[in-house]
Ligand binder design. Structure first.
Ligand code: PAJ
Length: 334
């Protein structure tokens, strides 16, 4: 496709309903931009209302569709939803699944068209990183070093660097992220605040399949047996969440007990954390917290979390010494 000539998606089963021609009533056709020049051209036509960006790596599923719905509502009648689809090599470590990460662009475009998305930006790696590996990247700071950052060194540098580029390229008023990736959400909020980007961040609760597993592009790697093993993760989180009124220590030990009962699930970490700083909650911490966990079923790594409201006052957020030690041990074990 030549630069500056974005294509209009009129085909595909889900696209057909919403992608009318110029004379048709209803939403305009979805535009696919493969280059920054095409994106700039299409973005220039969206200044009639707020632009809402949903950054993704594609292989869109039910979790993404809740983000698209929220974005459509946030954009309002005059605004537009822009979706980026880019499997960002910068956030994959050596030995991770960059090469086999699912790529399903046609299905993704159909979902976007059906959800009233105006513009999809799906660049190549060479288009996004024309100089190869960028030399200047975003340092995520201390929140980027713990939990996911500890298990995936460099991951959040890669995430924040690409998100910053996407924000510059699409210039949204609002950007939408999922609460499933809670640490990513906290870091994006912090980056936008620390760098005065003046973009609203809206978050959407985690979407789950009927069996409780949070929907994820990586779930398709799971065999039926691995999926049964993986279900201990959401089970542990909901069991822990049910103990929130008893404080953080009770939440954590209830979750750990469920995880111990499924030895085939390799737990990277489980912890009760402050949702902004991702430090383990301490004595006196009342109010919002997160029970976060990551684990591997077969070769597939899953992350998940649930929100908590801890009671204020003594005992609310206090972890027992044993639980603190358990947390440190879990983090050091891998
Ligand atoms: P990806 O994993 O494709 O996720 C895109 C967005 O969908 C993220 O905001 C993520 O939190 C959200 N999401 C995924 N599964 C969800 C679920 N079950 N419920 C609710 N939201 C869900 O996250 C990334 O891509 C990348 O790191 C990205 C931000 C695009 C940067 O490359």
């Amino acid at each position: 496709m030549s630069a500056g000539a974005p294509s209009r998606q009129a085909g595909g089963p889900a696209a057909a309903g919403s992608a009318g021609g110029p004379a048709a009533a209803g939403p305009a056709a979805l535009v696919l931009a493969r280059t920054k020049a095409e994106l700039a051209g299409a973005r220039a036509g969206l200044d009639h209302g707020p632009v809402v960006l949903v950054p993704t790596m594609g292989a869109l599923h039910g979790g993404h569709s809740t983000l698209l719905r929220a974005a459509r509502a946030l954009a309002g009648p005059d605004g537009s939803v822009v979706v980026s689809i880019f499997v960002n090599p910068l956030q994959f470590g050596p030995g991770e699944d960059l090469d086999r990460y699912p790529r399903t662009l046609d299905d993704d475009l159909a979902m976007c068209a059906g959800a009233g998305v105006s513009l999809v930006f799906a660049p190549s790696a060479a288009e996004m990183y024309p100089n190869g590996q960028p030399e200047v990247t975003v340092d995520p700071g201390p929140v980027g070093q713990v939990f996911e950052g500890q298990f995936r060194p460099g991951f959040f540098d890669g995430v924040l660097t690409v998100v910053l580029k996407l924000l510059h390229l699409t210039r949204p008023a609002i950007v939408v992220f999922g609460e499933k990736d809670a640490q990513q959400l906290a870091l994006v909020r912090r980056m936008i605040s620390d760098t005065d980007l003046n973009i609203d961040v809206e978050s959407v609760p985690t979407a789950r399949d009927a069996d409780g597993l949070a929907t994820s592009s990586r779930n398709r790697y799971l065999s039926a047996a691995e999926r049964r093993v993986a279900l201990a993760l959401p089970r542990a989180l909901s069991t822990g969440q049910a103990r929130a009124a008893d404080g953080a220590a009770a939440v954590l030990s209830a979750a750990q007990e469920v995880l111990r009962a499924e030895p085939a699930l390799a737990v990277d970490y489980v912890a009760v954390v402050d949702p902004r700083t991702f430090t383990a909650v301490r004595a006196g911490h009342g109010g919002p917290a997160l029970l976060v966990a990551a684990a591997r079923a077969g070769g597939t790594r899953l992350i998940d979390n649930v929100p908590l409201v801890l009671p204020a006052g003594p005992g609310g957020g206090r972890l027992s010494d044993a639980a603190e030690e358990g947390l440190a041990r879990d983090a050091a074990d891998d």
